[in-house]
Ligand binder design. Sequence first.
Ligand code: BGC
Length: 753
Amino acid sequence: MKKATYISVLVLAILLSSSFEKHRNTSYYPPSDSEIETKIDSLLSIMTLDEKIGQTVLYSSIEDQTGPIMDPNYVNYLKNGEIGAIFNATGSAFTRELQKVAVEETRLGIPLIFGYDVIHGYKTIFPIPMGEASSWDLELMEKTAQIAAKEAAAEGLHWTFAPMIDVARDARWGRIAEGAGEDTFLGSKIARARVKGFQGDDLNDRYSILACAKHYAAYGAAQAGRDYHTVDMSLNTLRETYLPPFKAALDQDVATFMTAFNELNGVPATGNSFLLKDILRDEWNFDGFVVTDYTSINEMVHHGSAETLEHAGEIAMNSGVDMDMQGGVFKDYMKKSIEDGKIKISRLDEAVRDILRLKFKLGLFEDPYKYSNEQQEKEIILHEDHLEVARDAARKSMVLLKNEGDILPLKNSQKIALIGPLADDQFHIIGNWAAKGDRDGIAVSVKEGFEAQNKNFAFAKACNIEDSEQPDFTEAIKIAKAADVVVMVMGESERMSGEAASRTNLLLPGYQQQLIAEIKKTETPIVLVLYNGRPLNLSYESEAADAIVEAWFPGTSGGHAVTDVLYGDYNPAGKLTVTFPRNVGQIPIYYNMKNTGRPQDIPGAHERYVSKYIDVDNSPMYPFGYGLSYTKFTYGRPELSSKTMTVDDSITISTTVTNSGDYDGEEVVQLYIKDRFASITRPVKELKGFEKIFLKKGETKTIEFTITPEDLKFHNNKLEFVNEAGDYDLFVAGDSDNEFTNSFNFEFKKSKT
Ligand code: BGC
């Protein structure tokens, strides 16, 4: 036995002895919270300063690259005990090998945590998060996160850098694809569902992995939609719109938080003690650990908020950062900062405590190799049940944007011309941030979906997503002429959304629009299926195509799912969680905007001097909450249990919904409320409830929503979270673009001042 191994085993044995052995014998594990704290006390008491610093250091292996700077020396750092966690290292064999170094070759043998960006699946890939959010199906989202966690855990991973819960209202920003969309209420529910899915009920469970609420905070509000750009917003907007999903994740016990790349009101999020200390620790009592984003401590020098890397490290640690991702700043400078008295050892101890606590909770001290099991890896990865859920998730994510003349669903008797750069694609279909998803053979293209179900079709690719010269459309035109219906699968490349993928042009790239124009001339009806990671400018397509199915990047089973939807084996029910603009100039555009003093849409509004554009309507192309079905839903007027609500009261809003069309189907019933006036202006409407229901053809259901004063609270000018008395308008409908149909009054004992 090597000397280091001997010492580490000895130290661990002493440390963990009493309870550890006892627990082994009685198979009682994990230790209780207080036992964990005692063990951490003991560990801290024997750790050297270098060993403590090591726990705060996270490095990427060279297996995968998710940022600009790589350091191949990470294995040497690991051997020296200078690393507490590794990311971008996957697979049972590889993680076991690295874990062995940590456990057997470092003095204390403290196990590593392995992290990875498991964003929308690990090997079985589900639709991109924004797509999946369009299902409004929280159980489904919990389930897909749970499967992603299971596959990741089977390959040695303990920690995902997900969910990304940044509210995003700018279609130019590529990372809008990774989140839940523009709405805070819905985004908060989805944050909880995804955290629950990844972490399960108990972190010690073999298939639970740590979740990470990112990017804290307000990363989605980057100016002009350019990634990493400045964020400058009122504290009211921060509290009302951008923070609640993070609070929701915390309420679901999310284990870790990741800082954001952006500055917020002049202070980079990674060195922002207002965010990290005042709010996260003091106000919300977070007891997990905070990791930076990729080299974001170092980047504080470029931001101009730190003079040197050493200075940046001090600001970050003193502001509440616990772990440095890839920057090496804590590794290289922390010792000096502590010796110089710039960082207190007690602050470092806090960080180390928070990191060790999660290592205990994961059960890694009991069995550091618990997650690295090759047999389980084989049994779990791409399990057929997972692929089935992926197919279901993809179908549920699709949004039917247009269906002129009920051209959809297609009929088996029809001859189809399947055209477009993405129709036979297995590469882009799984989207960006697709973890270990295969791009070469496992994912099912639409063409394969058609083949698997013996559809009657001819195929022509016609063009690439982007081409440098005019492609030849002859074959596509020929098959379009001979067909009853054309199905065109088009969109963006997977690289056009996700990190560092902002666009100023939201049109279909390349020659795709021209291809549609040429096919249009054949007069064969066009069904457009879109893959994209953001709202696109569809003003041309919405005229040219007879039907549009927004399929996002649908994932591993995407081709089957598209086929199911096009042929009516699944009746689409997805609803947009982001507003689609008419053009890029309308951005930011979102449904719960504020009014102006000169609204255009009031009786008697002046023709000219109102808030509008002179070249395009104010309304969006497709509003938040919108999505069609093959059937029709008819809503009754909402009835209220009372027209007044008092401070310790609630009211029930009930509405009938009838499936008055020709197919069974699902509908997302949405409740919107407007606070007519308040001491601080309020949005024109806000989503306050939703329920996804299934109705058989001809069936009627009564849907009830309960509203309490808590649901009506907002942050006033002093940033107090309060109720104010007044009138509230509401409607219940299938999308956000509807008239108010009822109202109630909230009575508060104090009068409004
Ligand atoms: C991204 C994070 C991601 C990290 C690690 C960064 O560039 O902003 O979201 O988790 O890389 O891959």
